[in-house]
Design a protein around this ligand. Sequence first.
Ligand SMILES: NC(=O)c1ccc[n+]([C@@H]2O[C@H](COP(=O)([O-])OP(=O)(O)OC[C@H]3O[C@@H](n4cnc5c(N)ncnc54)[C@H](O)[C@@H]3O)[C@@H](O)[C@H]2O)c1
Length: 437
Amino acid sequence: MNISILGLGYVGVVSAGCLASRGHKIIGVDVNQLKVDMMNEGLSPIVEKDLPELLWEARQKNLLYATISVDEAIRDSELSIVCVGTPSRANGSLNTKYIEAVCEQIGTSLREKEEPHIVVFRSTMLPGTMRETIIPRLEKFSGKKQNEGFYAAFNPEFLRESTAVYDFNNPPKTVVGVDSDDIAKKIFSLYEGVPGPMIKTKIEIAEMVKYIDNNFHALKITFANEVGHICKNIGLDSHEVMDIFMQDTKLNISRAYLKPGFAFGGSCLPKDLRAINYMAKMLDLETPLLNSLLHSNNVQILNAIKKIMAFGKRKIGIAGFSFKEGTDDLRESPIVEVIETLIGKGYDLKLYDRSVSLAKLMGANKEYINNHIPHIASLMVDSLDELLDDREVIIIGNKDEEFTKLLTEAKDDQIIFDLVRIGDASNVEKRYEGICW
Ligand SMILES: NC(=O)c1ccc[n+]([C@@H]2O[C@H](COP(=O)([O-])OP(=O)(O)OC[C@H]3O[C@@H](n4cnc5c(N)ncnc54)[C@H](O)[C@@H]3O)[C@@H](O)[C@H]2O)c1
């Protein structure tokens, strides 16, 4: 394929070398004449393992040349890859001025072109930037419409500097956000044979995925470093600790706990966080990440309370209030906090949880329920139907499968507020609210 690459920085030059090595004919574009000249001499403008050889070979095979002319590049290619920088402004916001300028240039060049052109954006952009800024600009300057006169897609880049060529050929995944299946196929064909899943999704989701990836990587590094400081200060080898931590692929290095939902609770997580934070404090260590977790969790509890109050209804039913389904443990259940706040504000509450009902009669938690939360126990009803009977809002508080029935049997005037994403809500879509989806 004839491909133009706009922006010959890290991402652009690596993409140029790697795509040329796959037999594509590349036209590189940059505003920096020095970079253009270097590329035309077969030299790499950046230091990156294996890249000089790829660029040199591409030049020898006549598969690569560079120019400062966007017009020329658009005219002579069927697909463009945009890799200009998207730096931070001083206040932390995303500076889109380079990407906007390049859209104006591409748009203007597209005016003269008859065949529909594909523009693939690899520059990292906040969700919504493509739809709100990029595509309208391309439309304005080209006088053409997205998905008719041109196709704009978002294809986030996951390479890491210093291993960029290897990463280009071995990505963890390939994600293409695009409106059209045919265009997705064409973009995937650029990466044919690379490992990892090929995922077509909405443009906005693809934009978000890139941020979540990088934010999560930052979270992992920071977490490991805080663990490292605590370990060092109590004479433990942090690497040995983390080696054991990483061998747990069920709960630690796994899919567990990564779907948005309600606050954590129960008898262990809050208590153990408090203990480790206290220990860090005693060691005179700053562990801002570990310190922030309980605060963030409390904010999630407040989010639920605010949402419930915003419904403006007084008759509330809570389906499931132990901290997770299949347990009667109410210690530090975050929903118990929600319930207590609502009681304090005078709401009319009915509560149902079959595990807690059993415990109330005979379980190990009977004493806890009777002595610590009698005000909650007195609001309990014996079946889900009693909530369906007269509640204006029903809150789904844990994943007891019995609660899926609420998504089909709720009355037309009942609001369902779901803290756990219990299932397919299409039947109650208009009256359904998820806490963070
Ligand atoms: N560097 C990485 O490891 C990496 C990895 C993944 C994603 N990204 C993202 O990719 C994008 C590019 O990153 P980078 O590190 O390659 O940037 P960079 O700053 O190294 O390079 C950007 C290039 O774009 C050129 N440019 C600016 N305006 C132009 C225009 N109108 N026409 C043509 N060229 C123009 C600049 O001269 C520069 O050479 C960013 O959004 C970044 O967040 C970077």
